[in-house]
Design a protein around this ligand. Structure first.
Ligand SMILES: CC(C)(COP(=O)(O)OP(=O)(O)OC[C@H]1O[C@@H](n2cnc3c(N)ncnc32)[C@H](O)[C@@H]1OP(=O)(O)O)[C@@H](O)C(=O)NCCC(=O)NCCS
Length: 150
């Protein structure tokens, strides 16, 4: 049996634990400074399985529009549906805060993330050419959007 998932907002004291997961999960992670700034202007949610921290997600809400800025599951906990649970939590939170549409960008090469967003209901709406730094050059961003329902 697995422990129940629970969520809470990040505070500054969580920084080290968040960075540990962030650096394990990305080739180009968000830095300490980005998270510190983010605490002032975004909602940063932490996901726990029982009392073990297993991921985090960041949303920005501007009027009726949400932006998903980061979603991360600890590498050893990936592929068990936790990413979808985190995304569902973030989107229901955005809906509660009156957002009715959500946008996101991801690296063209990030197929696991693309499939996760598609499964939730996101559609590809455009591309930004050479948007991300990548090993040996630049990489396109794929832009996706989803209408939020209750
Ligand atoms: C993208 C990310 C958040 C997805 O998290 P996740 O927990 O692995 O997502 P899920 O488990 O919900 O889905 C991933 C896969 O696991 C499968 N899965 C879901 N539940 C499962 C279960 N109970 N048992 C086995 N497999 C399962 C899904 O079918 C999916 O497979 P598919 O991609 O082949 O369709 C995670 O891979 C991650 O943190 N990546 C690094 C950071 C990143 O790139 N973030 C996105 C930036 S845009």
């Amino acid at each position: 049996m697995t422990d129940a998932l629970n969520f809470r907002l990040m505070v500054e004291a969580d920084l080290d634990a968040v960075l540990k997961i962030e650096y394990a999960a990305y080739s180009h992670p968000w830095t300490r400074g980005i998270f510190l700034d983010g605490l002032k202007s975004y909602e940063i949610w932490l996901m726990f399985e029982g009392n073990q921290q297993v991921g985090h997600g960041v949303i920005q809400i501007i009027l009726d529009e949400a932006h998903l800025l980061n979603i991360t599951v600890k590498p050893e906990n990936q592929g068990r549906g936790l990413g979808l649970s985190l995304l569902e939590h973030l989107m229901s939170r955005a809906y509660q805060r009156d957002a009715r549409e959500c946008f996101l960008e991801l690296r063209d090469s990030n197929r696991p993330a693309y499939r996760l967003y598609e499964r939730f209901g996101f559609n590809e709406i455009g591309r930004r050419r050479d948007y991300y730094p990548a090993v040996g050059g630049r990489e396109d961003a794929v832009v996706m959007a989803c209408t939020l329902f209750e």
